[in-house]
Design a protein around this ligand. Sequence first.
Ligand code: TA6
Length: 277
Amino acid sequence: MNLPPSVRLSGSDYPVFEIDHPTCKARVALHGAHVMEWCPAGEEEVLYLSPDAVYKEGKAIRGGIPVCWPWFNAHPADPEQPSHGLVRGRFWELLDAAEDPSGVTLRFGIRVGIWNAEITVKAGEELEVTLESKNVSEVPIVVSGALHTYLGVSDISQVRIVNLDGCAYLDTVGGPEMRKQKGDVTFDREVDRIYESSSSTLIVDDLSGRTILIEKSGSPSTVVWNPWAEKAAAMGDMPDDGYRKFCCIEAAIANDRAVVVMPGSSHVLSTRISVEE
Ligand code: TA6
């Protein structure tokens, strides 16, 4: 396929689309249809990508935006199935690539058995990632998942997440236990929470003076995750202090919020990320 002038393909065994457009620079791997980096013009990089990430078929890239699908976390019934679904460790197919003055659009597709999905990445002044679950089978399918976005921060202990105040959440550290958010979310230990929220959130990073807006649709759950020191140290693909540099805010469909997609229908989950002035 001919790529538009602002997109270059690097690597042959592990292809990466390198975007250099007047509105942004970005890198998107064919493996996982995975946005690795996105830097709008005149800004610092917005996503966190682990310097120790592993680029190998079957292994999810640590950082950027892993696509967890068609289920989130453990498979609801079969513990033998991989966590976070079937597609973050596989090569997708590039279906379309285009650009216009507002940015570059890449569309990817994948099919694994009855599971069929498309990812559309629009990289410009904003970054929009859309996951369409398409039911091409004869029976209803049940879908959950997440756009597991790693957002870069100056120091995790200095940031706060705004707009989850009052939301119920499942705290999966220790418990699991249902709780209610009081005020902004801040970090001084491991955080792994599934919020019942379909609203936008903001990361306010006072140290860098930057605020990032995370909008979403088709998502009844917002997952907030930081592994903190002990769990980060146990990960082979992240530096020991890597946890200080990111916070995951995930447009998700989690636990009992899984959606039923009827034959011939689809469900669309999307997230849009922008840097606030
Ligand atoms: O989305 C949060 C979470 O499910 C955490 O429980 C944590 O384990 C994380 O995802 C990362 O999972 P991974 O399989 O990429 O190591």
